[in-house]
Design a protein around this ligand. Structure first.
Ligand SMILES: Cc1cc2nc3c(=O)[nH]c(=O)nc-3n(C[C@H](O)[C@H](O)[C@H](O)COP(=O)(O)OP(=O)(O)OC[C@H]3O[C@@H](n4cnc5c(N)ncnc54)[C@H](O)[C@@H]3O)c2cc1C
Length: 429
């Protein structure tokens, strides 16, 4: 059954979220501009967010994509998608609603693979929004190709000893714990020889060498993406999450979700850019008429609307697939990769158009377009570069096709015509 409708009760919630985000959450972006503000429990923004989070919890919209066993509402990905379209308008939206990355994915991993003690110590405070977490996989010499990973954990008595480096570990500087992908068996191919370890922030041997930032506006070293070094860093054996060698299987719990959540929030950014573009063209006059009356502008509006509509439906369709299949099977992974690859492209088109239509004002620090613009490149590499996802999509698409052994293709018209004539030719007489 197909349906493009939102049920009435949830639409009421979405309307409430829309007003709440515009009136209470978006102003946070103007006041708290530090790179870690939405996620850092020690940021001054945390104080401003606390009462908003309480309101969201009372409204039963906190972490609502998680099941009731994780104190969520079990709304699933489609409803989260519809909410994220609104939350994406603000850097603080996901944090105020308890669905911020990487914490939401890390919570799912802990819930599935953590011991009761780990859950009590980390999961509940994480779900309550009281602590932050980090997910660290990328290494300085290797990101897109895990086969190049060298950060190694060796079993030693009742623990694991880690040596190596990690790069761009977001939020490591204020995370209470890190989930780190390490090589546990270098003899095996990486997808069978890597595992995920839980590492507490103050563990001896864990060092943050630098904190890189995205964009030019942050003081160097004051970013939130940690360059980590592990030197004989020892953690107890039970800090292995899932089975030894099954790290990528464990990671899938979060990565698929994370990728689609970026896309959902991007719908929010796109809509915000379009809203601003539409108000501007209806207000600005040049050469005796409104910008809105010029055909070049109308083309920009029409293309923007159509592209957002197409992208949005693809995102929601993928969310629906995840809800339907629960696990990230091939079909789901194909769509997740397809929307992941198309995200930076549509943002580039739409944000550029919206900025351009505002002229000098658009690129000034008095409008949010340059901030939006700076964030676009990260969506082309975070959780895997566009090229890698496109390769995945192409492989998945081609799996459904067969080659022909004939000299001419199976759809060669002369052969098809001959067969069609055999079927229907007699009616020509
Ligand atoms: C804002 C931000 C936050 C991040 N947060 C985290 C985090 O919390 N934890 C974490 O572990 N990592 C994080 N990352 C790292 C991210 O996952 C990596 O950047 C990503 O996997 C790519 O790795 P790389 O940067 O080493 O690029 P590389 O692997 O060096 O790739 C660079 C470029 O090479 C090309 N390329 C790579 N592979 C192929 C291919 N197969 N075919 C064709 N071209 C290819 C692409 O153009 C690609 O962009 C974050 C990155 C950003 C930007």
């Amino acid at each position: 059954m197909w349906s493009f409708e939102t049920d009435e009760a949830f639409q009421t919630e979405l309307d409430w979220v829309e007003t709440f985000v515009r009136e209470e959450v978006e102003p946070l972006d103007l006041v708290f501009r530090g790179p870690g503000d939405p996620w850092d429990p020690d940021s001054p923004a945390a104080g401003a967010m606390a009462p908003l989070r309480e309101i969201v919890k009372k409204r039963h919209l906190w972490a609502c994509h998680l099941g009731p066993e994780l104190s969520g509402e079990g709304y699933g990905q489609v409803k989260l998608g519809l909410m994220n379209e609104i939350l994406g308008r603000s850097r603080f939206g996901p944090s105020v609603f308890g669905c911020q990355a990487p914490d939401s994915g890390n919570a799912e991993i802990l819930a599935r693979f953590g011991t009761p003690k780990q859950k009590a110590q980390f999961l509940q405070p994480l779900l309550d929004g009281k602590i932050a977490s980090c997910y660290s996989m990328t290494e300085p010499q290797a990101g897109a190709d895990p086969a190049e990973f060298t950060c190694r954990a060796k079993r030693d008595g009742d623990g694991w000893v880690i040596n190596g480096e990690k790069w761009f570990a977001s939020h490591a500087r204020f995370a209470e714990f890190l989930l780190v992908m390490v090589v546990t068996n270098p003899e095996r191919p990486i997808h069978e020889g890597a595992s995920i370890l839980l590492i507490e922030k103050s563990t001896a041997g864990l060092e943050i060498l630098r904190n890189a930032a995205v964009g030019p506006y942050v003081e160097q070293g004051d970013g939130v993406h940690g360059y980590l070094r592990f030197t004989d860093c020892r953690v107890p054996a039970e800090n292995l999450l899932g089975e030894e060698g099954k790290g990528f299987l464990v990671a899938q719990t979060r990565l698929g979700g994370g990728r689609i959540h970026h896309a959902m929030r991007s719908v929010g950014v796109l809509k915000k850019a379009m809203d601003m573009m539409c108000e501007r063209v209806l207000s600005r006059t040049t050469k005796g008429e409104l910008l809105a009356n010029k055909q070049f502008t109308q083309e920009k509006i029409a293309d923007t609307y159509t592209e957002i509509m197409q992208y949005r439906l693809h995102v929601l369709y993928t969310a629906w697939l995840i809800d339907k299949y629960k696990e990230y099977n091939r079909e789901v992974r194909k769509e997740i990769s397809a929307i992941k690859a198309s995200t930076p492209k549509i943002l580039q088109e739409v944000v550029y158009r919206a900025m351009h239509i505002h002229g000098s004002l658009g690129m000034s620090d008095e409008l949010p377009f340059m901030n939006m613009w700076t964030n676009i490149p990260e969506l082309g590499v975070v959780d895997g570069p566009t090229e890698v996802h496109k390769v995945g999509v192409a492989r998945a698409v081609l799996r459904d096709y067969e080659p022909t052994n004939d000299l001419f293709p199976s759809y060669h018209v002369p052969a098809q015509f001959k067969a069609a004539m055999k079927k229907y030719g007699r009616f020509l007489n």
